[in-house]
Design a protein around this ligand. Structure first.
Ligand SMILES: *Cc1c(COP(=O)(O)O)cnc(C)c1O
Length: 388
């Protein structure tokens, strides 16, 4: 069955029944007999779809776990209350005092903060490597246990060669974990490319409507067993309403991403012609250094693009004038967004970046692209063309 069809049927209850798995709220699950109670406890040891107690998730969360595991091509998926919770829980599950973890230098900011400010206090040392790396040898230490990758980066979209990097890491016995929020399991599947663990901030495209916070961590084999144990033992999970909203959002994941991609590509082409613009960053553009690898490994791109404006251009005035693009964090919802970004100047992989430029990350929403362009056009017209 094709993936689009599976999106429509994930978690459907037996018929006759509702089209969606209902929101089941519960702490206690009642049994008539002690035998049934004991049997449930036994079965849940090896099966996360057993309804045993609210902390282990009810049928609503179980449906979503199965859907995300299938989307990611993993043995199992575990749910957490935010993307950052999924990231921090996975790192705590897989690392021990004395270990060394390598982060790609384009990693999501909050991931780096967690590692540097919390994980380090548990005796885990942290190293960074440039996103173009395929040979990890210069960065590996005898204590290196895990490499955390993210492709493309979520601000300037550097693409990594995951198959090459995973082969190198595995040869050294190192686990590879990916932040797959950009591809959200639809455009990009890190586990099929060699990664051991994949994490999605479902807050973005899985929920898709800017009203859900959730994260998922998917894995197979030994990594899955360790993640499962840690998630259950630490009492992590996702509330039934959030699980329901995420699965409901996923029904239209492929359709929404098609439209996001279409709008982002149209905006990229439009920006590229503007005199105020030095360059447009988007992994599917021929001008992007990662385009060949992205084409090889991904089935498409999402609604994100970053625009490098000429030095001195007043990006704040532009953002303040836009009507259809809200200014705000996050992305992946139906709505268009704009946010000034300042990619960390110390990132070695960003050496070629125009150091003095103003960069804005846009998220192309599901609006009609003509209206988005008209909004940008009107805002720039007021501002006047930049002297060059
Ligand atoms: C948003 C985001 C996260 C964190 O997700 P939250 O649900 O906001 O905690 C992690 N990684 C990437 C790439 C993101 O864009």
């Amino acid at each position: 069955m094709r993936r689009e069809t599976r999106l429509c049927h994930y978690g459907q209850p037996n018929r006759p029944g509702p089209a969606n798995p209902p929101v089941v709220r519960a702490s206690t699950i009642l049994h008539d007999t002690v035998e049934s109670y004991r049997d449930t406890k036994r079965r849940r040891e090896h099966d996360d779809s057993v309804l045993s107690y609210g902390r282990r998730g009810t049928t609503t969360a179980h449906a979503l776990m199965e859907a995300i595991a299938d989307l990611e091509g993993a043995e199992g998926a575990w749910l957490l209350p935010s993307g950052v919770a999924a990231i921090s829980s996975a790192l705590l599950a897989l690392l021990r005092p004395g270990d060394h973890v390598l982060l790609v230098d384009t990693i999501f900011g909050a991931t780096r903060t967690f590692c540097e400010e919390v994980l380090s206090e548990f005796g885990v040392s942290i190293g960074l490597f440039p996103c173009g790396t395929t040979d990890l040898a210069p960065y590996l230490r005898p204590q290196t246990r895990l490499v955390f990758v993210e492709s493309p980066g979520s601000q300037t979209f550097e693409v990594m060669d995951l198959p090459a990097l995973c082969a190198c890491a595995h040869a050294a016995g190192v686990v590879v974990m990916a932040d797959n929020t950009y591809g959200s399991g639809w455009l990009y599947r890190p586990i099929a490319l060699g990664c051991d663990v994949s994490i999605i901030a479902g807050t973005k495209y899985l929920g898709g409507h800017a009203d859900v916070m959730m994260g998922a961590v998917s894995a197979s084999g030994e990594a899955a067993a360790r993640l499962r144990k840690a998630v259950h033992a630490s009492g992590q999970g996702l509330a039934p309403d959030e699980a329901y909203a995420t699965l409901r959002g996923m029904r239209t994941l492929s359709l929404r991403l098609e439209r996001h991609e279409h709008n982002a590509m149209a905006l990229a082409a439009w920006f590229a012609e503007r005199p105020e613009v030095l360059g447009v960053l988007h992994p599917a553009l021929p001008s992007h250094p990662g385009q060949a690898i992205w084409k090889r490994d991904a089935s498409g791109s999402n609604g994100l693009l970053s625009v490098v404006f000429a030095p001195g251009f007043d990006t704040e005035a532009l953002l303040d004038r836009l009507r259809l693009f809200g200014v705000g964090s996050s992305w992946g919802g139906f709505e268009s967004l704009a946010m000034p970004i300042a990619p960390d100047r110390s990132r070695p992989s960003l050496q070629d970046f125009p150091q003095t430029s103003e960069i804005v990350r846009f998220h192309a929403g599901l609006e009609h692209v003509d209206d988005l362009i008209a909004d940008l056009d009107a805002a720039l017209a007021v501002q006047g063309p930049l002297e060059r």
